[in-house]
Ligand binder design. Sequence first.
Ligand code: AMP
Ligand code: ZN
Length: 117
Amino acid sequence: MDCLFCKIIGGEIPADKVYEDDYVFAFRDINPIAPVHDLVIPKKHICCANAVNAENSEYAARIFEAVPKIAKAENIESYRIINNCGEDAGQSVMHLHFHLLGGVKMGWGEDSLGKTE
Ligand code: AMP
Ligand code: ZN
């Protein structure tokens, strides 16, 4: 399958790995928007949040179990998790991923940290 994140999981494309277990892979975003900016992804190809279902929801659960461990490894107690689902929301890679952002005081609303392009 021609999926960038599947290739990263498979080791075909290098990434700065921060965490891995049987279900979850996490690595540093190549274009960080915060001092800590990791991508937390399922080790199974799920295109987006819309495709999470009873059959694959174990992966979603495992992602949320892994997040506190990743945050701890990155030395942050406070963080934001973002999922962009679909084109209008800014999803550019069609493999489910959660942005884990931290290491900076974040605003909300107009001041919020996010992509503007
Ligand atoms: P999204 O726009 O929500 O789909 O997020 C995709 C993210 O993947 C962006 O923040 C990119 O900077 C990041 N990204 C793209 N290619 C790579 C890569 N090879 N290694 C790490 N992060 C990447
Ligand atoms: Zn994939």
